[in-house]
Design a protein around this ligand. Sequence first.
Ligand code: BGC
Length: 723
Amino acid sequence: MEIEEQAALTSGPDFWHTRAVADVPAIMVTDGPHGVRKQVAGEGHGLLDSEPSTCFPPAVALASTWDPALARRVGEALAQECLAMDVAVLLGPGVNLKRAPLGGRNFEYFAEDPILTGVMATEWVAGLQSRGVGASLKHFAINSQETDRMRVSADVDERTLREMYLRAFQRVIQRARPWTVMCSYNRINGVYASQHHWLLTEVLRGEWGFEGVLVSDWGAVVDRVEAVRAGLDLSMPGPDDAGDRALAAAVRAGSLPAAALETAAGRVEALARRAAAAARPGATYDAGAHHALARQVAARAVVLLKNDGGLLPLAPDEPSIAVLGEQARTPRYQGGGSSLVNPTRLDGALDAIKALAAGEVRFAGGYDDVEAAAALARESSVAIVFAGTEEETEGSDRTALELPAAHLALIEAVAAANPRTVVVLSNGAVVRTTPWDAAVPALVEGWLLGQAGGGALADVLFGVVNPSGRLTETIPLRLADHPAYLDFPGEQGHVRYGEGVHVGYRGFDAREQDVAYPFGFGLSYTTFSYSGLSVSTVDGGLLVRVTVANTGGRDGREIVQVYTSLPVSRVRRAPRELKAFAAVPLAVGESAEVELLVEAADLAYWDVELGRWVVEAGQYTVAVGSSSRDLRASATVAVAGDDERRPLTAESTIAEWFADPRGAAALTEAFAAMASAGGGMAAGVADPAMFSLMASTPLNRFAAFAGDAFGPATMAALLKAAN
Ligand code: BGC
């Protein structure tokens, strides 16, 4: 292939295709992630004019199911729709962490935890790709805010980067091998993601073995030559003839190695051929079945936050129901921006409630006629208020945690009018629930549930489905409590990830702060008991077994969660970290032994001194439970850990030398020799008070105190003996 042809392959000819060059076919890529947004041919880039497709629950809801098998089924269904629409790559999933509650795209992301995110996304990608459609894991990396998203530098230390923000990417890449990865817009520690050689080449390809195509986010490339040099393959959207020419010129001038361009073009070619071979012209899908799947997922995503006195589920013969709030009739079911799907159909909760209720159902819009709504509530046997955010969209972060004032006023008035008030929330990320939730006996978190969400909410309200959704993000008492509060969204071009590894619940737990509803929380209409916890080590990781029983009066699903902690550690750690989980269906009276595996890789922390993952040796606490703050059983287990000896250097402190067996022996001998030769400093260190004073002194600095008694020869001999 000519250099010019290679260059042409590395940019798109339009918004949604790769370029056909010679016999390399063009393929179509499109958004994603929770439905196929295929823009109508010939139309502009309007978000609304796309072909209808199933609007599955966005990631915020899918993740709340804590059910990897469901994520896989959604991936498979999305693939069928892609095949039917001749789409080769679906641009998702988004696995950035929900670092801060106001993040504008939190609805597109899974969780504030990397393992939950990674497990769910792995299954989604595996499901999608099992049918011959590629995924695009995005946005690589550290794209956890919308404010200044195209320029801001996410300033983050390496341990936080590896353990929190890259961990889900690494997991999905190594386990599900996505066909493509999409780099983000932002800078990372000052360098654009699209030009970040360390991230794109050394880590992604070198360490993790990624072999697919690295595509830019739309418009993320600032300099085509620098992007290819860093490891980017495909710049989108196109056309970008000037960029293509610049690339070819750089190769001809010798300023860009020919191999860099050849490799990038080769990867795009391989993707196009692979996708073309997987295409299924004439494929169809069953829109009705996909709607039913969307409803099933949505119902499992609903999180029951409060249910005083067992107000829910409602009996089918509830005499009279007041449904209040326009969102019951006009659902908020997805967020704005590139993920906006034109649904095949749309169910509102009001109609679905009417379909399940035997008694009278009356409705009021509520947000601007609060009095009428309260009156209706007063006359009815139960009142259901629909409240939520008005808008969440890519491109901007939210500005407040509170619900809109009109919705708050409605909740307050209805709760005062009828003691049997249920509040149903629709929001893409957490909203503040205090202090108003104290006045309502039942609270249902309905997220953004996709096109079948209305039916799913009715299923939960009437107990057709027993809720099993769990929070994937903490609901704080107030915004100012949040670990990211002081450092979000940054200023003057920088956002400092100041809370480090203490993202979300890790930060709340470390500060022993009260929260409104903790990570992992969600109620059921039945109850579960835990017994017989046992933990053993296997392949450097942990095998956790626990028996869970349904002790209540309804069939249900428990989300069993495993958290580990290492109270005595070399590094600062969160009090507990989610390491494994399982969704367990249990009929009334049934019990099951659940087995959960915590792999060694998931126990590891990133050691910045050693520059690698380390499983630290020690006594780990393993707790299992129903949420991060409802732990039902715990055990302690000794983990042998990795060899984490770090070489002693002249910069190592006296304490570090003494902490190391070989170092201690060598130094003791050297000090003894110095002492017998009259070296006062060496003799002094034997005195405990002196030792405390000197312990943190690097050995080369001690040498300065000790003068001739501790010369270069002594140091050299010590280093030789110790290492
Ligand atoms: C978004 C991506 C999306 C792309 C294509 C960008 O603005 O950040 O998530 O896939 O547009 O629409």
